[in-house]
Ligand binder design. Structure first.
Ligand code: CTP
Length: 191
C-alpha cells in the first residue's frame, strides 16, 4: 500500500491502545521519513502538563483508582488544549503535523477536521486496524498496561466508527492492517 503524506496539513493516527501508533512513528522518524517536530503525542503532553503519561493502577483500591482517574482526565483536558494550540500554529505556518492519540470518537476527530478546513489545510486519517487478540497480547507485555477491559471497550468503539470515518470530511482515509506493508512517502512541495 502506497501512501503519500501531504506537504503540509494534519495527519491523524487513529487506533486503539497497542495498535502501534507510537512505534510506527518512531520508526518513521528513525528512517527520516518524518521529523521529530512533526509528531505531536498526547502521552508527551500529559507528561509536560501533568507529570504523568499513564495511570499506574497497580495496588490501588477502587476509590483511590477513581481519584487517580479523575486527575488523569483533568490532565488529559489540559494536554489536548495545549496540543490543539500547537497544531493550529503549525497549520498556520504551513507545516505538517502528525497527531499520535487514539482519536476513537467522532468528536475528537471533528476538532481537527474543522481546524484544517478553517485554515485551508488537507487532513488525512491513518487508521491502524489491528486484531483485538494482538492488542491484548501487546498490552500484557507493556510496562503500564492499559488493562484488558479498557482495550476491549476501545475496540468496540473503533469497530463501530471505522466505516463512518470515511464520510467525516477527511481528504484521505487509509485503513492499515500492517504498517510493514505501507510504503509511506511525502509530497515535497506545496502543490
Ligand atoms: N508493539 C508490538 N508490535 C508492534 C507495535 C507495538 O509489540 N508492531 C508493542 C510496543 O512495543 C508497546 C505496545 O505494543 O509495548 C504499544 O505500542 P505503541 O506503539 O505504544 O501503541 P499505541 O497505539 O501508540 O498505544 P497507546 O495509544 O496506548 O499509546
Amino acid at each position: 500500500m502506497r501512501i503519500q503524506l501531504p506537504y503540509a496539513g494534519i495527519v491523524l493516527l487513529v487506533g486503539p491502545s497497542n495498535s502501534g501508533k507510537s512505534t510506527w512513528l518512531k520508526q518513521l522518524i528513525e528512517d527520516e521519513t518524518i521529523r521529530p517536530s512533526e509528531v505531536v503525542s498526547s502521552d508527551d503532553y500529559r507528561k509536560l502538563v501533568g507529570d504523568v503519561e499513564h495511570i499506574d493502577w497497580k495496588g490501588h483500591p477502587p476509590d483511590e483508582a477513581d481519584t487517580l482517574y479523575e486527575a488523569y482526565q483533568d490532565i488529559s483536558t489540559e494536554a489536548f488544549a495545549l496540543m490543539t494550540s500547537l497544531i493550529e500554529a503549525r497549520a498556520r505556518l504551513n507545516k505538517l503535523t502528525i497527531i499520535d492519540a487514539t482519536h476513537l470518537y467522532a468528536s475528537d476527530r471533528k476538532t481537527y477536521i474543522e481546524l484544517a478546513r478553517r485554515l485551508h489545510q488537507p487532513i488525512y486519517a491513518l487508521v491502524l486496524d489491528v486484531e483485538q487478540h494482538t492488542l491484548l497480547e501487546r498490552d500484557q507485555q507493556r510496562d503500564f498496561p492499559r488493562g484488558g477491559r479498557r482495550v476491549k471497550q476501545q475496540v468496540q468503539v473503533f469497530n463501530r466508527e471505522k466505516r463512518s470515518m470515511k464520510r467525516e470530511g477527511f481528504d484521505q482515509v487509509h485503513v492499515i492492517a500492517n504498517v510493514d506493508e505501507v510504503d509511506l512517502t511525502r509530497q515535497m512541495n506545496n502543490r
